[in-house]
Write a protein that binds this ligand. Structure first.
Ligand code: HEC
Ligand code: HEC
Ligand code: HEC
Ligand code: HEC
Ligand code: HEC
Length: 241
């Protein structure tokens, strides 16, 4: 890469500095001493401030007693925010549910929630009841998280949660989870590092470039190349009715 900068680029860089400078002047400006105390207005904010203060001894924080609580934990606050980040890839779900937090950090087994995956065609998503099996036992302070409030609302109304489906094949294609899971494929082979993602999306395929054919997941080439690699059937009627 060259070091030459186009004039337009340097103008925009200058603009960014100007805005940043203005922002700094405005926020740290006039009555410096009184403003340097940071106040929490929720338990999650209090958790963030405590974490900041632990790193920076000069920071003065003020946490009202009603927000000075152990729950929700900092980890739960953060994954809740990350799972609902509109800038992150993937559809906005009705509840900010984090796979990283549940399956990764807490190690909850995929099959605990996607119960049918090794026995049926569909993996399915867990019922509201499965969620509440755990969340009913949580301290009431977790209700500060909007996602928990929404979950409890669906539960009170005895409704299922309208999750947006991410992987969806056309009607004319046959796919069976159990056939693939039984021969030993991990979920991650097809779905990517789910346990590392707060917000799910269809991760790109990185496995079949050796043929020089870029394939996208759920396209026919993706299925057929893996079948070819593994000696599985490439007969049209295996996958089509
Ligand atoms: C096996 C127990 C278990 C089940 C089942 C479960 N959760 Fe959780 N959930 C947890 C734990 C543990 C946490 C994290 C608590 C912490 O770290 O403070 C959590 C955290 C959350 C949070 C906070 C943000 C996040 O994702 O970390 C939301 C929202 C949530 N769960 C929703 C759900 C929904 C919706 C379901 C059902 C689809 C569900 N949970 C099923 C145990 C469970
Ligand atoms: C605590 C329950 C829970 C656990 C544990 C869990 N999931 Fe999920 N999973 C869900 C929920 C709820 C959804 C729908 C919301 C979403 O997409 O984030 C979902 C969606 C998915 C989807 C997307 C489905 C679609 O719409 O196409 C995949 C793929 C998936 N999970 C794989 C996994 C894998 C792999 C694991 C284990 C590493 C796992 N899940 C563990 C609850 C769970
Ligand atoms: C061989 C690739 C492959 C493997 C392995 C695999 N999946 Fe899938 N998964 C798919 C495809 C393809 C779809 C879309 C299915 C459809 O639309 O009929 C899908 C859809 C899903 C869905 C959406 C809901 C549904 O039932 O269709 C979930 C949830 C899911 N998978 C979870 C899992 C979990 C959990 C595992 C591991 C136990 C797993 N998958 C293993 C390919 C795979
Ligand atoms: C990661 C590799 C892999 C991918 C990706 C994959 N398959 Fe398969 N599939 C296999 C293997 C291996 C078998 C043979 C299983 C056996 O021997 O029982 C198989 C078997 C099948 C079967 C036969 C099941 C039965 O009744 O025995 C169908 C149908 C099928 N796959 C459809 C699909 C479709 C549709 C896709 C793409 C959406 C797909 N597969 C993607 C590896 C894969
Ligand atoms: C391993 C599974 C598999 C096998 C084997 C397979 N297909 Fe497909 N096929 C698919 C999937 C998955 C799609 C859907 C692709 C998509 O939505 O992009 C598809 C799509 C198609 C389409 C529609 C394409 C379009 O753009 O609308 C045709 C036509 C088709 N297949 C024909 C065949 C024929 C003919 C054979 C045998 C030579 C065959 N398929 C074998 C999985 C398979």
């Amino acid at each position: 890469m060259g070091t030459h900068r186009s004039p337009r680029r340097s103008v925009s860089v200058l603009f960014v500095f100007a805005v940043a400078g203005f922002w700094l002047a405005a926020s740290t400006g006039v009555p410096a001493s009184a403003d340097s105390v940071r106040h929490a207005t929720s338990v999650c904010e209090a958790q963030e401030l405590k974490a900041l203060a632990a790193d920076d001894p000069h920071l003065t924080i003020e946490i009202p007693p009603e927000y000075d609580k152990p729950f929700p934990t900092l980890a739960a606050c953060r994954s809740h925010a990350a799972a609902w980040d509109p800038a992150a890839e993937g559809p906005q779900q009705p509840i900010p549910f984090s796979h990283k937090h549940h399956a990764g950090d807490w190690g909850i087994d995929c099959l605990y929630c996607h119960t049918g995956t090794d026995r049926s065609r569909a993996a399915g998503v867990p019922s509201t009841e499965v969620c509440m099996g755990c969340h009913e036992q949580f301290p009431a302070e977790y209700d500060e998280l909007e996602g928990i409030q929404i979950l409890k609302q669906y539960w009170a109304e005895q409704k299922s949660i309208p999750w947006t489906q991410i992987h969806r094949l056309p009607e004319y294609v046959k796919f069976q989870h159990q056939a693939h899971v039984r021969v030993g494929f991990e979920c991650q082979t097809c779905h990517g590092p789910v346990q590392d993602l707060d917000k799910l999306y269809m991760t790109p395929d990185t496995r079949f470039w050796q043929y020089g054919l870029p394939t996208r997941k759920l396209e026919m080439g993706w299925c057929v190349l893996c079948h070819r690699d593994n000696g599985a059937s490439q007969d049209c009627l295996t996958c089509h009715y």
